[in-house]
Structures are given as structure tokens and as C-alpha cells.
Design a binder for this molecule. Structure first.
Ligand code: GCO
Length: 466
């Protein structure tokens, strides 16, 4: 089951847009603690910023206005995530009926606007009560997530035809969470992530992947007739200096850790051997049983969500985990986007690689977008001039549709993001929206990129297969 029409959408995440951090019986999440107690944005942005209000997207009066903008844009889908602790304030156990009712109403409001909800179960905001019980390092986390996912299937499944279990395992577990840990323990440089942290995070990632597979199995066993997938942060790696063997080797290992670890787990039911060897060298306790791998192999997702922003230039750096420095260089000419080099050619190459290496699974681009800083956010009367973002979107959609013409089973594109929002540890300073948000007044102002994306949607796509 699932729509045959090409999906044109936008993506968001609960903690980045909802606000209402203590409304209607919601339990605290890890991110409520990170921002209000650890003041986690301060070492990165210089000020304490939180998602307590964000862009007020929980408020129905507000989100109905936002849905009107979605209709003006021509969207036929909208990707958002659920805040687990709105539904289960303690993570497991008692259900918060007000939280369930909120998301059921949001789904109805989207459907009545002709917009298909694409629902992410986990976009990084874990109930604080579960974080206190060891979070994703606790083997029980697989059962906690299955319990939560079953509640979601029962309450939203009848109207939601596409679920995404997890968003961006590698970014959350191997970048954001170690940074928060460094901030919490007072290490000077939040980016000083260590081999030991990588070794420990691998345990959490294994639990995510097991939980994903078990939930896919649960949904199918329960007769769920929609589609269920995972959204991966895929970054083709490029040796910063192709004349240096170390860079070439680090780029290859980086590709295995960043891209193939999850892709192989989801679509081949195994972990790359070089990943297993590298991680077990960091953490001898990291073990994966044949039974675990059998669970992965038996529950291949219905689709792959590709979150693509940029390729990653990689140089060998003995001071970085596994010797992989994947974040610090961008030798490409300006303009540099927040998330890396502007290289739409690498999106096409990535999609064609997925087609060839993973048996051409159905693919949705579940995130793609850019921010370039104040130079590309120039308020101009009743709009905002962001030509670089508009150009970025045009070029990446074009590259994706070229891949589709070459046989990639691409079924949709979702821009990140419809609205400027809370960009995790970067706070509100990194704008990604095609609609400007005045974070004080909550006023929305469509940017030039909004019109550019509207024209792309209006132009449409050729039927698949030419
Ligand atoms: C991520 C997330 C989004 C980000 C977006 C811009 O991958 O980090 O899915 O929450 O806001 O990617 O960085």
C-alpha cells in the first residue's frame, strides 16, 4: 500500500518546532534537560537557548495557519516527529490521552488539507525518565521503543500510511549526544569526541537498529497496511587529499561507519566487517549475536529515507575517533552551507549507488536543505531574499530527478525545512527554513526559496520510468 503519486513535502521534528514543553501532561524529555539544565547551546552559540517555545507548532491555531502555508506551497505530504514523552510521560506505562489526542487531531487536520502525514517516531527526544535508566545503552531500550511504537500504531496507524522509526542514527549518536556529554561533564571543547565515546555509542546504535527491526516486524505482524522506513544521514565521503593514502583510507572507513553501517544493517542484515573490527578495537564489549543479525535480516524496511545535505571531505586525523576527521574541511569554493559543501552531483551519485548496491529500494528524500547565514536571509519588504538557498534546492531537486530518470525508485522529496526552527546545539542562529520565523512574534514570512520550491512542485515530475 502507499501512494503512487510523487510526494512533495517538508520535514520537521517535534523538539525543533513544537514548544509547549510542559503542556497537557507532557513528560520531560532529554532535550528539555539538555537545554534548560545543562544549558547545552551556550558553549556552542554563546547563549542559553531552548525549545521551550520554539515556533509554537504545538498550538492548533498556529499550526492551522502553517497548514494553510503548506497548501499555498502545494505540498502533498508533511514529515513531522512525535514527542515520545507527550504520549508516554514516563516513557513506558501510563498513557497521556491529551498527547494522543493532539497528534490524532494534527493528522486529521493535515489529511483534511490534502496533505499526507509522514510520521517519525524518534527524532532524538527520549523521555527523561528513560534517559535516567541508561537510555539507549540499556538493552531494555529495545522493549521500551516497541511499547511506544505499538501505542503509536494503535492510535495513529489507522490514518497514517508512512512511519519512520528513527531519524539519523549516526548524527545523533556519534555527534550530538557525545557533544552533549562533553558539555555536561565540562570538557572545554564539545567537539572533542573520543574513541571511547564512539565505542560506547556503538552499543546504543545496535539497540536502535534492533528496535527498528523489531518494530517493523511488530507492525507487519499486527497487519499494519502502511509503509515503515528509516531516515539515514547519508554523506558520500571524499578524501580531502586524494594524493595521501591516509586520507583515502580514512575516507573509506568513514564511508563504512557513516553510511554503510546502517545501510548494510537495514538492507543486508549485517554490519560491515571493517566497522565491527574498528569498533571492537575501541570497545571489546561490543558484541553482535547471530540472533540479532537474523532479526535485522528478517525485517527489511519498506523504504529508505535519505537525509542528504552534503558530501563529507575526510582527512586522516589521529586525534579524531577512528582517525576520521569528517567535519572540518570544505575546500570547495564558497558559498559554504552550514552542513557542508554544496555538491548536488553527490546526491545523484548517492541515489544511484543505493539503487545498485541495495537492490533499488523505494527511496524518499526525507531531508534536504541549506542555510548560509545572514548573507542569505535578507529581509526585503514582505519577503526574504535567500537566493543561495533557492539555488541549492533547485540544483538538488534537479539532481534527484536525474537519478530518478536513471532508474532510482525515488518516490518523494521533502525539504528541510518549511520553517526556521531550533537547530539543536546551534540554537536559533542557523536558519534552514523556506519560511522566515520571527522567533519573538512568531510571524511567518515566506522567503524567495518558498516561491522557488512552489514553482518546482507546480512543474511536477514525469511518470516513473519515463
Ligand atoms: C539532522 C536533523 C535535523 C536538522 C537538519 C539541519 O539531521 O540534524 O534531521 O533535525 O535540523 O539536518 O541540520
Amino acid at each position: 500500500m502507499g501512494s503512487t503519486k510523487f510526494l512533495w513535502g517538508a520535514a520537521s521534528a517535534a523538539y525543533q518546532v513544537e514548544g509547549a514543553w510542559q503542556a497537557d501532561g507532557k513528560g520531560l524529555s532529554n532535550w528539555d534537560i539538555y537545554t534548560n539544565v545543562y544549558r547545552a547551546t551556550e558553549p556552542v552559540t554563546g547563549k542559553q537557548e531552548t525549545g521551550n517555545i520554539a515556533i509554537n507548532a504545538y498550538d492548533r491555531e498556529q499550526y492551522l495557519q502553517d497548514i494553510a502555508l503548506m497548501r499555498q506551497l502545494g505540498l502533498n505530504c508533511y514529515r513531522f516527529s512525535l514527542c515520545w514523552s507527550r504520549l508516554l510521560p514516563d516513557g513506558v506505562g501510563r498513557v497521556n490521552e491529551a498527547g494522543v489526542a493532539h497528534y490524532q487531531q494534527f493528522v486529521v487536520d493535515l489529511l483534511e488539507a490534502g496533505i499526507e502525514p509522514v510520521v517519525t517516531l524518534y527524532h532524538w527526544d527520549l523521555p527523561r525518565a528513560l534517559d535516567d535508566r541508561g537510555g539507549w545503552y540499556n538493552p531494555e531500550s529495545v522493549a521500551w521503543f516497541r511499547h511506544y511504537a505499538s501505542l503509536v500504531r494503535e492510535t495513529l496507524g489507522p490514518k497514517v500510511t508512512k512511519f519512520i522509526t528513527f531519524n539519523e542514527p549516526f548524527i545523533d549518536l556519534f555527534l550530538i549526544e557525545p557533544m552533549v556529554e562533553n558539555i555536561k561533564t565540562g570538557i572545554g571543547d564539545p567537539f572533542a569526541i573520543t574513541d571511547a565515546q564512539y565505542g560506547r555509542q556503538a552499543v546504543a546504535l545496535h539497540h536502535w537498529l534492533l528496535a527498528n527491526a523489531q518494530v517493523i516486524g511488530d507492525y507487519r505482524a499486527a497487519g499494519y497496511r502502511g509503509e515503515i522506513g528509516v531516515a539515514l544521514p547519508l554523506m558520500p565521503t571524499i578524501p580531502e587529499n586524494p594524493g595521501k593514502s591516509d586520507d583515502i583510507l580514512s575516507a573509506a572507513l568513514g564511508d563504512a561507519v557513516i553510511n554503510r553501517w546502517c545501510l548494510d544493517a537495514l538492507f543486508k542484515g549485517r554490519y560491515p566487517v571493517e566497522v565491527m573490527n574498528s569498533i571492537q578495537a575501541l570497545n571489546p564489549e561490543f558484541t553482535v549475536t547471530e540472533a540479532d543479525l537474523a532479526v535485522l535480516a528478517a525485517n527489511r524496511p519498506d523504504f529508505l529515507g535519505v537525509n542528504f545535505y552534503a558530501p563529507a571531505y575526510v582527512r586522516h586525523d589521529p586525534l579524531k575517533p577512528l582517525g576520521i576527521n569528517w567535519m572540518e574541511t570544505n575546500p570547495d569554493p564558497a558559498p559554504a552551507a552550514f552542513n557542508g559543501p554544496v555538491r548536488p552531483d553527490y546526491l545523484r551519485r548517492l541515489l544511484e549507488r543505493i539503487r545498485d548496491d541495495y537492490d533499488n529500494p523505494p527511496v524518499y528524500i526525507t531531508e534536504n536543505g541549506a542555510g548560509f547565514g545572514p548573507v542569505d536571509e535578507v529581509i526585503d519588504g514582505d519577503t526574504v531574499n535567500d537566493p543561495r538557498r533557492a539555488n541549492y534546492i533547485r540544483r538538488h531537486v534537479e539532481a534527484a530527478l536525474k537519478a530518478r530518470e536513471s532508474g532510482v525508485d525515488l518516490r518523494g522529496y521533502m525539504v528541510w525545512s518549511l520553517f526556521d526552527n531550533f537547530e539543536w546545539l546551534q540554537g536559533y542562529g542557523r536558519r534552514f527554513g523556506i519560511v522566515h520565523v520571527d522567533f519573538d512574534s512568531q510571524k511567518r514570512t515566506p522567503k524567495r526559496s518558498f516561491e522557488a520550491y512552489r514553482e518546482i512542485i507546480a512543474r511536477g515530475v514525469e511518470p516513473a520510468g519515463g
